[in-house]
Design a binder for this molecule. Structure first.
Ligand code: ASP
Ligand code: MG
Length: 456
């Protein structure tokens, strides 16, 4: 069995759906399970419709309705699909009317709202397979064993899902049916619809693959796999051929937008390979993610950056030789539900980074009781992912780059996993640093790059 996940752009319209159906048909002997995102930008369009409903009394969802009905028509699908889709569109309209009346959009309502995207796409695609003589069944993820907690907009799957998913899917596959499952969404114990966070259908796919003991999880995107850098910043970026779960997770976390940050977890537990492929360029080999690398690579795998980061510097002489000080600092962050990303400490100071969207007023007041606090916004985290342990050259070269550009490095941190080294620069300098790092680690001619290419 293999899991094939197609993101929004891979099922964006009738033409794309026809194309991916050929990819799936070529894999039929491997018994695929499909996991789909909402068509194109439907998730965004749903959220926009809700934002409008909050302001306007007249509900409009034309874009969404048009896209789905047009696709059904262009795929030559008959009346039964339209009959399946109509009630969903009707329910969606009612929900939008409800939002416009109550003028309130809670996390719970948001999840219910965006769920329509995936619920529509699986029904259309399953119908298309059936028309072509491939018996397929559309499944809402809760009918495929997905059970989550009630943390709306960022739900976690409950451990029961690991046995419920194969119980639901294996009999279908054995019966020669192609399951077409909604990514991204789940349901809690009380029956409320939840979502796993934006981009969450990657996680849905890797969970199915791991729970069912699949041969591999294929994640079909619109780029040639994980790239050595963001191609919008670095046009010379190349696909990474082989990468570990840990490296891929760090990359996702620190800003490479190819995979959902938590998507590696299920497959790294079971050792199920994850393959990232391009549905616009299916011949390209893509990126293979496994526990150990399939082949030799240079010490650096990829470079990424994340902007809009806040740096918090906390200095107190009380830290000297004391215990419990860090606990006080971190409890303050916990109290206000602020998630800390990078941390670096010295004997008398702690520096840490956060996403910018937190309100830090109260936190600052609390911390000011125990230390001097300085909050600096407009920072970026630049992350080098690779086997950092293997080469202290990486550090030397990275700092050399910043020195050459006369860009001060404001904080450095190396994770215990030893697969990343991250440092902070100003937001406005991040692109230059990433480009320069990419040049020395990936674009240098072999004769001048001696020490880096040999070290792994
Ligand atoms: N449709 C959802 C989103 O756009 C989930 C996904 O695509 O993975 O975030
Ligand atoms: Mg999407």
């Amino acid at each position: 069995m293999v899991v094939m996940k197609f993101g929004g752009s891979s099922v964006a319209n009738a033409e794309r759906i026809r194309y991916i159906s050929e990819l799936v048909k070529a894999e039929l002997s491997r018994k695929p399970v499909l996991v789909l995102s909402a068509m194109g930008d439907t998730t965004d369009h749903l959220l926009e419709a809700a934002e409008r409903a909050l302001k306007d009394p007249v509900v409009s969802m034309d874009k969404i309705e048009e896209l789905h009905l047009k696709t059904i028509k262009e795929l030559g699908l008959a009346a039964p699909v339209v009959e399946e889709i109509r009630p969903l569109l009707g329910e969606l309209r009612n929900l939008l009317v409800g939002i416009s009346l109550i003028k309130e959009l809670t996390g719970r309502t948001k999840d219910y709202l965006v769920s329509f995207g995936e619920r529509l796409s699986v029904r259309i695609v399953a119908a298309y397979f059936n028309v072509q003589g491939v018996p397929a069944r559309a499944l809402d993820s809760w009918d495929a064993g997905f059970l989550s907690d009630s943390n709306f907009t960022a739900a976690e799957l409950l451990p029961e899902s690991w046995s419920l998913i194969p119980q639901a899917l294996i009999p279908l596959i054995q019966g020669g049916i192609l399951p077409v499952v909604t990514g991204f969404i789940a349901r809690d114990g009380a029956g409320n619809i939840t979502t796993l966070g934006r981009g969450g259908s990657d996680l849905s796919a890797t969970t199915i693959a791991a729970a069912c003991g699949a041969e591999e999880a294929q994640i079909w995107k619109d780029v040639d796999g994980i790239l050595t850098a963001d191609p919008r910043l670095v046009p010379e970026a190349l696909p990474v051929v082989t990468i570990t779960y840990d490296e891929a997770a760090e990359l996702a976390y620190f800003g490479a937008q190819v995979l959902h940050p938590r998507a590696m977890q299920p497959c790294s537990k079971t050792g199920t390979p994850v393959l990232v492929k391009n549905s616009y360029n299916s011949g390209a080999p893509g990126t293979r993610i496994t526990a150990v690398l399939d082949q030799k690579t240079g010490p650096v795998q990829a470079i990424t950056s994340r902007k809009k980061v806040t740096l918090v510097d906390i200095v107190s002489s009380r830290m000297l030789g004391q215990y419990g000080f860090l606990e006080e600092v971190f409890s303050a962050f916990a109290k206000y539900h602020i998630s800390v990303d990078m941390v670096a400490t010295s004997e008398v100071s702690v520096s840490l980074t956060l996403d910018t969207d937190y309100d830090l007023g109260l936190l600052k007041k609390d911390l000011a009781k125990i230390a001097a606090v300085e909050i600096k916004t407009g920072k970026a985290i630049v992350t080098i992912v690779g086997d950092i342990r293997r080469s202290s050259n990486i550090l030397a070269q990275a700092f050399g780059v910043c020195a050459d550009l006369e860009i001060p490095v404001q904080m450095v941190s190396q994770g215990a996993s030893k697969v990343n080294i991250s440092f902070i620069v100003n937001d406005t300098q991040a692109a230059d640093v990433v480009r320069a790092l990419h040049r020395i680690f990936f674009e240098k001619k072999p004769e001048s790059g001696g020490s880096i290419s040999k070290s792994r």
